[in-house]
Design a protein around this ligand. Structure first.
Ligand SMILES: C[C@@]1(CC(=O)O)c2cc3[nH]c(cc4nc(cc5[nH]c(cc(n2)[C@H]1CCC(=O)O)[C@@](C)(CC(=O)O)[C@@H]5CCC(=O)O)C(CC(=O)O)=C4CCC(=O)O)c(CCC(=O)O)c3CC(=O)O
Ligand SMILES: NC(=O)C1=CN([C@@H]2O[C@H](COP(=O)(O)OP(=O)(O)OC[C@H]3O[C@@H](n4cnc5c(N)ncnc54)[C@H](O)[C@@H]3O)[C@@H](O)[C@H]2O)C=CC1
Length: 195
């Protein structure tokens, strides 16, 4: 069994500049999940041509800029994160190499070995966000777990978070005291036999 050493982080996508190359089937899938979680993500998309589905998703989104062109390294300027989703392996590799040269984080959708990070299945319930990865082994399983959790997690988990946040704000005392109080009140969540 291969080791799972991935480290998930939660990006403020609206404060980062993304470059997506490829406005076809996979580009549509990647952008739709990015926008589902982060509707204000700043994304520039460069593609030789855009599919109808892609245009339907992206052309009216203010924070998404479409550029009809072949990939060129100049498009990496000012970007933090790059996603390569063309159907040309050589172009995808070029994007990867150019991005690495600039120390940018890069995802090559069709080649896990060339990814600095994977996009995951994402569940959002208000302030709660859960990201799911299968270490690249089975994206469809990540999707299934996402669907399962979307169904079983009640919308009320967000009320719980809001209430706990309000309680936290009422706590007087030093840091140590607050940690203790928050641990006590949330302890019920993990106590066996209690829901
Ligand atoms: C490594 C990774 C890199 C990356 O793209 O980041 C990657 C790679 C590949 N995906 C492929 C195919 C499919 N991907 C999906 C779906 C999703 N793929 C996503 C992520 C990832 N996909 C990363 C790993 C995530 C992890 O660690 O688990 C999700 C979770 C997130 C997202 O896309 O935003 C999103 C579900 C979101 C949701 O529903 O919530 C479906 C299912 C469907 O669409 O119904 C299929 C078709 C079925 C199949 O082939 O399995 C192929 C084969 C291509 C080929 O054969 O040509 C490769 C390449 C390879 O594995 O070699
Ligand atoms: N990670 C994933 O979730 C999946 C990955 N794939 C893989 O992803 C790749 C892309 O497949 P699709 O999106 O289905 O192809 P597609 O043909 O629908 O889209 C490719 C897009 O790339 C653009 N393009 C091609 N060369 C370009 C260049 N030099 N500069 C700018 N844009 C360029 C095309 O205009 C087109 O819009 C395939 O290699 C496929 O195996 C496929 C399914 C799922």
């Amino acid at each position: 069994m291969s080791k799972n050493t991935l480290y998930p982080i939660f990006l403020k996508a609206h404060e980062l500049n993304f470059l997506l190359v490829g406005g076809g089937f996979v580009g549509t899938e990647k952008l739709s999940f990015l926008l589902k979680s982060s509707p204000e993500a700043q994304v520039t998309v460069v593609s030789r041509e855009f599919s109808e589905d892609f245009l339907a998703l992206a052309q009216d989104v203010e924070n998404v800029t479409l550029i009809e062109d072949l990939y060129h390294e100049k498009y990496l300027g000012g970007k933090h994160i790059v996603i390569a989703a063309t159907d040309d392996k050589a172009v995808n590799r070029q994007i990867h190499d150019d991005a690495k040269e600039r120390f940018l984080l890069v995802n090559v959708a069709d080649t896990p070995d060339l990814c600095d990070f994977y996009l995951g299945g994402i569940v959002t319930k208000g302030n709660l966000k859960i990201a799911i990865s299968t270490n690249g082994k089975s994206p469809t399983t990540a999707k299934r777990f996402r669907q399962l959790l979307e169904e079983v997690l009640p919308e009320e988990v967000d009320d719980l978070l809001e209430n706990l946040n309000a309680y936290r704000d009422t706590l007087k005392g030093d840091f140590e005291y607050k940690v203790k109080a928050m641990n006590e009140i949330t302890g019920l969540l993990v106590e066996k036999g209690k829901a």
